[in-house]
Design a protein around this ligand. Sequence first.
Ligand SMILES: *Cc1c(COP(=O)(O)O)cnc(C)c1O
Length: 419
Amino acid sequence: MSKDTAIQLDEQDPLKAYRNEFYVKEGQYYLDGNSLGLMSKRAEKKVLSLLESWKEYGIDGWTEGEHPWYYFSEKLGEMCAPLVGAKMEEVILTGSTTTNLHQLLATFYKPEGKKVKILADELNFPTDLYAITSHLAIHGHDASYMKLVKSEDGHLLKEEAIIEAMTEDVALVILPGVLYRSGQVLDLAKLTKAAHARGILIGFDLCHSIGSIPHQLHEIGADFAFWCNYKHLNGGPGSVAGIFVHEKHFGTRPGLAGWFGSDKSKQFDLTTEMTPANTAGAYQIGTPHILSLAPIYGSLEIFHEAGIEAIRKKSLRLTQFFIDLIDQELAAFGFTVGSPKDETRGGHIYLVHEEAARICKALKEAGVTPDFRAPNGIRLAPVALYNSFTDVWETVQILKSIMENETYKKFENKRGVIA
Ligand SMILES: *Cc1c(COP(=O)(O)O)cnc(C)c1O
């Protein structure tokens, strides 16, 4: 495959116009959209517009202007709902991933009789495991009450092994939609069905899947889900996160209650007793971070126009092109692909190499932004909305030249503070 193949694929790409919506630096290859998505022009515009409403209206901005702040979390929840396959009132944008998980654990982890354990997996992102451990502790249980499904190869999970671990002592299951290292997509429908058949509640961490693959949370009957909006959704650093609660649970009192979880028509009655909203909005806690919601507004408009199905289609093509080029050009240098090569891969490729840390430093020096994950992984995310097939082709050529010329050897094989 030559550069011409890449150029041709770019010309035929139905989403190619969206690259112009983002601040993409020429001559640089940003492949870290699975850690922090790039800024879009519309996100910038919405931030400026929300600042303007503060300047213009002061306190009245809560109810006046183009985007009344009082309803902003609900409005963005509605806009986000199609990305997770939810009804409008099942989604709310609030909090951070970790605080949302705390809220959902406080609400839905109710150990009773034999059913006391929480099932997760050993490849899950640490913050999830830390949050789970703290809720077990609140109930007087040690970490042995967190059951972790093991991975045979250190990269992938088997759904059969997860289902086998759904024993009668399990009260709740927390799993990722897409694994953050290997990028494996789990079959959420199958796992939900298996959990429910055993009387177990199940919730999903969609940090690496939202905006990258479509979901059908309502239809599959998932109990709840949570995610961040700064990765594939391009909501900006520390942007407000999301919660899905299936409508069958509406009315379940929030484990961590706060006045912004109130029924909106009653909130300002300021009574001593709370009347929670009869929607996912009930799981909000305090005043929404309006300025950190603003960029997601702009970004969600782009997702709405482009459509998540088209995004997934292009993403699969981009990662396939990447895998083919890696096999063709890089196999001789000791790289292995740790992501699934079939369509159970999400939006990024996980390359394994024992020199990964310093190869990443050499990549960065050469204009490619990768993402190192200890001990030996390089995550590379060609993002459908702003990366091109040419970006992928150039990255592989740069990687090849780093290996041929051994330029990585001038760096230490140690990670920096973040990556
Ligand atoms: C990025 C990520 C998080 C981040 O949690 P924050 O509360 O936003 O810091 C959590 N879980 C997974 C799987 C992630 O990939």
